[in-house]
Design a protein around this ligand. Structure first.
Ligand SMILES: [Mg+2]
Length: 88
């Protein structure tokens, strides 16, 4: 389990790095978009492994996704929240 959590941490750090690059070089930079997509996929792979071992659950994750989206609707200027909520 230690190895899984270590890799999860590494992959989350790589997502942070990609996000920073997109902020620095522009969100339309295709190379950095692809890199972000790749690193988000890496994080999701680690989440699937955690799910397999019962460390995280579908129900718990979905509940938190909704909670976070509702919070963003109240406290951010992101405009697509209702549409994203509808897709759940
Ligand atoms: Mg990676």
């Amino acid at each position: 389990m230690k190895e899984i959590l270590t890799i999860l941490s590494e992959e989350c750090a790589e997502v942070i790095q990609c996000s920073a690059k997109l902020q620095r070089f522009g969100v339309n930079d295709e190379r950095n978009q692809k890199k972000l997509e790749s690193e988000v996929g890496d994080v999701m792979a680690m989440i699937l492994i955690l799910h397999y071992y019962g460390v995280v659950s579908d129900v718990g994750i979905k509940k938190q996704i909704k909670r976070k989206l509702r919070k963003l609707k109240r406290f951010s200027e992101i405009e697509c929240i209702d549409e994203v909520l509808k897709e759940l």
